[in-house]
Design a protein around this ligand. Sequence first.
Ligand SMILES: [Fe+2]
Length: 251
Amino acid sequence: MKRAILSDIHGNLEALEAVLEDISNKDDIDKIYCLGDVIGYGPNPRECLDLVRNFDLCILGNHDQAALFDPEGFSHGAEQAIFWTRNQLEANPDKDAKVSERWEYLCHLPRTHLEGDFMFVHGSARNPLNEYVFPEDVHNPKKLEKIFALVPKYCFQGHTHVPGVFVDGGKFKSPVQLVGQRYEFTPEKIMVNVGSVGQPRDGDPRSSYLILEDDSLEFCRVQYDVQKTVDKIFATDELNDSQGHRLLDGK
Ligand SMILES: [Fe+2]
């Protein structure tokens, strides 16, 4: 089976549409999964949610949860964006049933999903909603050891917006090292960060996602109209300009 796995769309419609077009140009993608944070930061939460509602799976992200309840531990800019996002989800310009459908959809998103040896979360196997696993955590082997103990064999996650593969035993492989090649699974457990569609933070502004097959994976990067998204952010008072600048830098 071939699954496209994406994460951290954050209300960036231009990025999501470009990624979905890239996926539609690939052969035989059976399923599309999202690992959370469909909304928050970006200017098109409603439109992004409506596209993701057609996916085969979506996991709850911390920003999705913050829109439902209250943001905890968020920076001022992220918190402001969540309150604005909530207002956008409450608005009903088309006077249709989508407002309640979107809230209903968010309310029912799972925190984890298991398919045999494959686990899907937003943050980590230990704390599916909120734990960050950064590349520098390879220098904290105890942390990785404890998380790996909870991974069946393969864990797919997002949250940091930094794509790459953590191999049990301490190595981290960035997609730059994996460019143009498939990553074939080995007997070791792995945790895979799929990167971010709508707000990449590895210095490459292109959207990140991956194609997962039964025994291998392949990272993909997709160019989109970043300036169009940035202009929408600049035109919205409640969204901090820094959220636009970071899209241009990919940070
Ligand atoms: Fe995120």
